[in-house]
Design a binder for this molecule. Structure first.
Ligand SMILES: Nc1ncnc2c1ncn2[C@@H]1O[C@H](COP(=O)(O)OP(=O)(O)OP(=O)(O)O)[C@@H](O)[C@H]1O
Length: 686
């Protein structure tokens, strides 16, 4: 490709007469006048002379035959489908503007054309129409052909065209690149009569191409997500080596048995940098379709989703196959087995409620697979807890591999960062690190970022929903490329880590609101684990409460304590907006403040009691089974407050955090008016 400076890409219509005279002299055998022409045009005219292009050829831009053209359109169906919204816009917005837009294949053959209808008719007279080839070597200097040679956005205005029939046209084109590998997929061009010239078309065409490239990137990302989602069970459960190959023939991930399986079959490939396998390219026109010797065709499974072939699963059997339990094949057996065997790494996660068990199963499955995982759940449900367990599980699995001969395994780092706790600048340097002297105040010698520190281990990005939009593309790039640039450095560092992100936000909603990038969302949300709120696992509250009491007894050495039935009933009906963290804090406070070996309702923190007494706790209204116990509890707390305030209603209401009228209504409801009088009499008597 030729590197074209920006200033060179723009035509100067004021020089058109000079350019025309230079062209006339050229076609009469004189040398090319580089002092009049832009270097871009000089070079192109030289190429045309060298290729013996006839500047006066009447049949400009040879046409393909109908069948060949249809074949060509079929071959480029993916590009045309991605360009559809852009061409739809051209149809609607270019009408009556004198401009037309077209998409070509990488050789310059026009695949599709839209725009101003009158100009389209004029354009047909000069072969600017579907099926015609605007390659430089076929049609001389023109925006499509020259953009394809240079790989840059170019304008070719009027006299700058090499062939006479198009010298009344002004054209601007650029290439469309594959965002995955930079290959040229085709070109996009906008043309009109020379009087429609405007320098702005250069920026417009560059933006249009980048919009098409973004659409392509998003659709590739979707295919990748679909492929990974489809392969997840195999990656997690299979005892064979699994390598997932994307639709372009590039391996994107593998399970932990792949290395051993390749070794068993004496296939000497570097797992970390498996080269592309052209014969597994399902998306592009590839000449080489023969499988490499090391692949047995029976190992291949093409994954087709909604009619699109999104990739291939390559299953390399272990030399001594073991029985595989795969979720998709034997769901009931697999679920039963997994549910009864919680690995030691997850033993700190207390609870047996079905939604929690599902989350633990998923976490165990995904822990050792090298794909990003998104953990969702309200605040305090134990997201960090489960992420740490996943890291431990992966670590334990590697250690057990090491004992079966897969090599020595050093401890892997676990690095956590809360994206909501730092400003955008600080977060950027914390994440990516920086070079020595990268900015004022930078630490001498630079700093290693969290991403780099997590190399070989797990990076936990908590509150990912709070990550500033400006940083999100950088994170996506790290995930896609497996390399980072420290701030202020120009050479990348290769890194490999498992990303686990967590959020309490609804990221889809954030994407819809423009606060979270859709491409990053797709990258992260391939595999999600949703942790239930404590309300959804209320059956586990007694177990959790008892477990926490035991923990605090060990921590504070203040003896073992139990919880009264009434207090437990209260704990079970409360709605716990702060989830397990709030439960933990409550039990801790009760344990430390109670003076007896059994915790009672009266040991509950005052603000929680006030909430239930004021009736603001919806659970208290929706749990008839517990409401008896709760009423007793309420009655006890009110009596306690009355006694503490020696029958003063105003003070009692203040202490309970309710209105005086509410308190009075409760006294009536619980038959405590007599009790109130008694306390007042005692006060007067004393
Ligand atoms: N199932 C569980 N069993 C025992 N303890 C738990 C469980 N889930 C959470 N915890 C405890 O609850 C507290 C809160 O958990 P954690 O910090 O993991 O929540 P989180 O969802 O990450 O919170 P946030 O959204 O605020 O970051 C921790 O002390 C954790 O140990």
């Amino acid at each position: 490709m030729i590197n074209i400076e920006r200033a060179q890409r723009l035509s100067d219509p004021h020089k058109n007469d000079l350019v025309m005279s230079a062209w006339e002299r050229l076609v009469h055998g004189n040398p090319c006048e580089s002092n009049v022409l832009r270097p871009l045009v000089t070079d192109s005219w030289q190429r045309c002379l060298h290729a013996h292009i006839d500047p006066f050829q009447p049949n400009l831009a040879p046409a393909l035959e109908d069948t060949s053209f249809r074949d060509l359109q079929n071959r480029h169906a993916a590009l045309l489908s991605i360009c559809r919204p852009v061409m739809q816009m051209a149809r609607d917005d270019l009408d009556n503007t004198g401009a037309i837009m077209m998409i070509t294949d990488p050789q310059g053959v026009i695949l599709s054309i839209e725009g101003d209808s009158r100009t389209r008719t004029d354009a047909e007279n000069v072969s600017l129409m579907s099926g015609h080839n605007w390659n430089e070597l076929a049609s001389g200097t023109n925006a499509i052909g020259t953009a394809l040679v240079t790989g840059s956005p170019v304008q070719i205005h009027a006299a700058e065209h090499f062939c006479h029939p198009v010298k009344d046209w002004t054209c601007t084109a650029t290439v469309i690149r594959d965002p995955l590998n930079g290959n040229i997929l085709g070109a996009v061009n906008i043309s009109g009569r020379q009087k429609t010239y405007t320098p702005n078309t250069l920026a417009f065409i560059a933006t249009t191409a980048s919009r098409i490239e973004n659409l392509r990137a998003n659709s590739e990302l979707r295919f990748r997500c679909q492929l990974l989602e489809h392969s997840m069970d195999k990656l997690a459960c299979s005892q064979d080596g699994i390598i997932i190959v994307n639709r372009h023939g590039t391996p994107i991930t593998m399970n932990r048995h792949a290395r051993a399986a390749l070794h068993a079959w004496a296939i000497h490939l570097k797992c970390n940098a498996l080269a592309s396998i052209p014969s597994l390219n399902l998306a592009d026109d590839i000449a080489d379709t023969s499988l490499p010797d090391w692949i047995n065709p029976e190992w291949l499974e093409t994954v087709t989703i909604q009619g699109t072939r999104v990739g291939t699963i390559l299953t390399i059997p272990r030399a001594k196959p073991q029985q595989t339990v795969c979720l998709s094949k034997q769901p009931e057996l697999a679920i039963q087995q997994r549910r009864t065997t919680r690995s030691p790494a997850f033993s700190r996660i207390i609870g047996h409620a079905p939604p929690l068990l599902t989350a633990i199963d998923q976490a165990q499955q995904l822990a050792a697979v090298n794909v990003p995982v998104l953990v969702l759940g309200e605040t305090g449900v134990g997201k960090e807890n489960i992420v740490r367990a996943m890291h431990q599980f992966a670590q334990d699995s590697r250690l057990s591999d090491a004992t079966t001969g897969a090599g020595a395994q050093a401890p892997r780092p676990f690095v956590a960062l809360n994206c909501g706790a730092l400003s955008a600048d600080l977060l950027a340097s914390e994440l990516f690190g920086y070079a020595d002297g990268a900015f004022t105040g930078a630490r001498k010698g630079g700093m290693t970022g969290k991403v780099e520190a997590a190399h070989g281990g797990t990076l936990f990005l908590d509150e990912i929903g709070e990550m500033p939009l400006a940083l999100q593309p950088h994170l996506l790039r790290v995930l896609e490329e497996g390399e980072i640039y420290r701030i202020g450095e120009t050479s990348p560092r290769q890194i490999q880590f498992k990303l686990i992100a967590a959020t309490h936000r609804n990221l889809q909603h954030e994407v819809a609101q423009g606060r979270f990038r859709e491409d990053l969302y797709y990258r992260l949300s391939v595999t999600t684990i949703r942790l239930p709120s404590l309300r959804e696992m209320a059956e586990d509250i007694p177990l959790l409460a008892t477990h926490l009491l035991q923990r605090f007894a060990e921590q504070y050495h203040a003896g073992v304590k139990s919880i009264s039935d009434e207090a437990m009933a209260w704990l079970c009906q409360y709605r716990w907006p702060g989830n397990i963290r709030e439960l933990r804090n409550t039990i801790e406070s009760m344990y430390l403040t109670s003076t007896t070996a059994q915790l009672h309702i009266s040991d509950l923190p005052a603000h929680l009691l006030a909430e239930s007494i004021s009736g603001s706790d919806p659970a208290s209204q929706s749990s008839p089974i517990l409401s008896g116990g709760l009423q007793v509890a309420e009655s006890q707390v009110i009596q306690q407050a009355l006694r503490a305030c020696r029958g003063n209603l105003t003070l009692s209401a203040q202490q309970l955090g309710v209105a005086k009228s509410t308190l009075y209504a409760k006294l009536n409801k619980f038959g405590l008016i007599g009790q109130l009088h008694k306390i007042r009499q005692e006060r007067q008597a004393s």
